[in-house]
Design a protein around this ligand. Structure first.
Ligand code: SF4
Ligand code: SF4
Length: 216
């Protein structure tokens, strides 16, 4: 199981899992959509920099993963997260995450936050990808959305819409005109779930079942 590289917003790149994408056509759709979202974030950062505002988010900074209780995730994203955790996550994160998910009731952070970093970073959902703060890092327990909304970077709409347009055929909305209408009406939001409320308790068992399959 090889670990993909971390996304560098300055040089966003579409992640590639050739064999897995051949097995799971939905994965290619999701990765294409994430590539567009990441490109959009890169463009937004560049535009902020031109106005003298710097990105404060960095690896190891994770107050947002604790304060944000209602992060939305779309079904396709849930599939990507589950696939990544079951089939791709490596030791020692793998064992640590299993343990954490076995004790999920005691958690008050995102289930995937391990030692101050996102354990599923390449497959984190759009909401996480697009929540970025400028000027200074959030203090412990601070939700910049409430304390200094002007420092929360606004995603560029056309990239978000392009990513939704890529994903909509997966949800049965295939014709271009219908996709345009669905985006305008925000139809995709209706299928979003709250990440923390999803049934992550079953993941450790699925991870173990996958491990025994590849060892055979
Ligand atoms: S949103 Fe705030 S807490 Fe999260 S990575 Fe950015 S600066 Fe850090
Ligand atoms: S998925 Fe990752 S980035 Fe998003 S809240 Fe959880 S730990 Fe943070």
């Amino acid at each position: 199981m090889s670990q993909p590289p971390e996304c560098d917003y300055r040089k966003p790149q579409r992640l590639s899992f050739t064999d897995d994408e051949a097995r799971f056509p939905w994965l290619a759709i999701l990765l294409n959509a994430y590539a567009v979202i990441d490109k959009g974030i890169s463009a937004a950062i560049e535009s902020e920099q031109k106005q003298g505002r710097q990105l404060a988010c960095a690896k190891g900074c994770s107050s947002c993963c604790t304060t944000h209780q209602d992060i939305p995730v779309y079904p396709l994203e849930l599939m990507g997260m589950s696939w990544y955790v079951i089939e791709k996550l490596q030791s020692p994160l793998r064992e640590q995450l299993k343990q954490q998910l076995n004790n999920i009731d005691k958690l008050n952070t995102c289930p995937f936050l391990l030692e101050g970093a996102c354990s599923i970073h390449p497959m984190r959902p759009i909401a996480c990808r697009q929540f970025n703060v400028l000027n200074k890092a959030c203090a412990d327990g601070e939700d910049a959305f409430h304390t200094r909304k002007n420092d929360v970077m606004k995603p560029i709409k056309r990239f978000t819409e392009e990513a939704f347009d890529i994903m909509l055929p997966f949800y049965g909305i295939k014709r271009k005109g219908d996709r345009k209408k669905a985006i305008k009406q925000g139809k995709l939001h209706a299928v979003a779930k709250v990440m923390r409320e999803c049934n992550w308790q079953t993941m450790p068992e699925k991870m173990t079942a996958f491990e025994s399959k590849i060892i055979k």
